[in-house]
Design a protein around this ligand. Structure first.
Ligand SMILES: [Zn+2]
Length: 118
């Protein structure tokens, strides 16, 4: 990988467009297919993340009461199993609360893996 390609890869996540990279890096992107592909991935990522901002995900009406009931009255098990169940319920609730942020992170990880494979 060329040094300029590496610099472009490092800076692309922090800019809105290639023009913000400065004249030298912008002109490099104009002639480098690898960096053009990387910039296109970031444009796609920004478009998908922008779409998430307007998306509303509603939890079922019974979610809070079901989670609270499981935490307060877990199924009869040994103490260790109860602790594991409570931790799993808490983790599930937390995962639901950060679903949108998690989706963005997954997209970023996917992009990085795609870059590493190229
Ligand atoms: Zn390049």
């Amino acid at each position: 990988m060329k040094t300029r390609c590496a610099v472009v890869r490092m800076r692309l996540p922090g800019v809105e467009s290639v023009d913000e990279l400065g004249p030298r890096l912008s002109s490099h992107v104009e002639t480098c297919l690898t960096c053009q592909a990387e910039a296109a991935r970031y444009r796609t990522l920004r478009r998908h993340l922008g779409a998430l901002a307007s998306e509303t995900i509603e939890a079922p009406d019974t979610l809070v009461s079901a989670v609270a009931a499981q935490i307060q009255h877990p199924a009869a098990e040994d103490r260790r199993g109860t602790m594991v169940r409570r931790a799993a319920i808490a983790a599930s609730a937390a995962a639901g609360a950060v679903a949108a942020a998690g989706a963005g992170t997954i997209i970023v990880i996917g992009l990085r893996r795609t870059r590493s494979a190229a």
